[in-house]
Design a protein around this ligand. Structure first.
Ligand code: AHM
Ligand code: MG
Length: 344
């Protein structure tokens, strides 16, 4: 009998990957695979909606303003509803949803007889990061973070949700670019999946992503340069200076979408910064569904994430929609930024 060609290994779907990871960690309950499956479903629906954005009435503003005081895009709202629908009636695992687009947490877990709610987890998400890019057909993303909430917690108490990034049980993002990519961590490395639209499945495309220790690129909205504190300005000046030995000047790349700019860092390394500004020491980005989840992913890949003076993972939030300055990326580049900021 003639030997045929070796059969290519069957693609590893997100579900299979998570189940295999669970099998490797005795004690894992399978709950997380259910949550990830719903996040993946929301991502597929958002990717589908986005691909038809010029054809159906989803572009432009709703006329409303969100809790952050920002104009809400129709696609912000639609993507938020997509996440909510994915978890609203789902299995009693997720008790509470906290979103950039919702003023208050949405408690989706059913009420139990003792007055507490069903569900062990809280899901934090930014349903459409970089949404102003949508109108110009540029890249956007979604960001998610999963926390365990105490069982039999005080009913609907925000205090139970105010957890540090170090307490996350899972986090990740979806990037809606030329292909749709989902990247996640549960604290055992970072894995990447690419959506195969033909079969509607996320397929493993990279295992154990790592970030270069030092990079070649920086990402920042340089229009804000005059508003930055001296240390931050000096750091960016340093990155633009010519020095062959340290590979400077770095290239500047800024997409207006945090997810896209952080995703780039996995390939080329470097640093993204949305720093504090004069009169706005808290910066722009939100801790619990932007900075903390990306910090978890980046640290799992060997990178670092900081406000400039404190690690993002260590910040104890005081409010759910709290903002923080963010400097994230290659370990050496972020450490160098911290040195400049400490020097003032
Ligand atoms: P958003 O979640 O409301 O879209 O805001 C977050 C976005 C980031 O994706 C991006 O890096 C930054 O805000 C862009 O802000 P700016 O236009 O001020 O540069
Ligand atoms: Mg965002």
């Amino acid at each position: 009998m003639r030997k045929g060609k070796p059969v290519a290994q069957s693609p590893i779907t997100l579900t299979r990957h998570i189940l295999e990871e669970q099998a490797a960690h005795p004690g894992a309950t399978g709950e997380f695979s259910t949550i990830m499956a719903q996040i993946a479903l929301a991502a597929k629906i958002i990717a589908r909606d986005m691909s038809r954005a010029g054809l159906i009435d989803v572009l432009g503003l709703t006329g409303a303003t969100n809790i952050q005081g920002e104009a809400v895009q129709k696609l912000d709202q639609l993507s938020n509803e997509t996440f909510v629908r994915a978890f609203e009636y789902y299995g009693g695992l997720v008790r509470t949803l906290v979103s950039e687009e919702m003023d208050k947490p949405l408690h989706v877990g059913g009420l139990l007889l003792d007055g507490t709610r069903q569900g062990k987890y809280a899901l934090f998400f930014d349903p459409l990061d970089g949404s102003s890019n949508v109108d110009v057909n540029a890249t956007v993303g979604s960001i998610f973070s999963v926390h365990k909430v105490p069982e039999h917690a005080r009913p609907d108490s925000d205090a139970d949700l105010l957890k540090t990034g170090a307490e996350q049980v899972a986090a990740g993002y979806v990037l809606y670019g030329p292909s749709t990519v989902l990247v996640y961590t549960v604290g055992a490395g970072v894995h990447q999946f690419t959506l195969d639209p033909g079969i509607g499945e996320f397929i493993l495309s990279a295992r154990h992503l790592t970030m270069p220790q030092r990079g070649k690129v920086y990402s920042a909205n340089e229009g804000n340069y005059p508003k930055w504190p001296t240390g931050t300005r000096r750091f960016v000046d340093y990155l633009r200076d010519k020095d062959q030995a340290t590979g400077r000047p770095y290239s500047s790349r800024y997409s207006g979408c945090l997810v896209a700019d952080v995703h780039r860092l996995f390939s080329v390394g470097g640093v993204y910064l949305y720093p504090a500004e004069t009169g706005k020491p808290e910066g722009k980005l939100r801790l619990m569904y932007e900075a903390a989840p990306l910090a978890f992913v980046v640290e799992q890949a060997g990178g670092r994430a900081s406000t400039g003076t404190q690690l993002i993972a260590d910040i104890k939030p005081t409010t759910l929609h709290q903002r923080v300055p963010l400097i994230i990326g290659s370990r050496d580049d972020v450490s160098r930024a911290e040195e400049f900021i400490a020097g003032g």
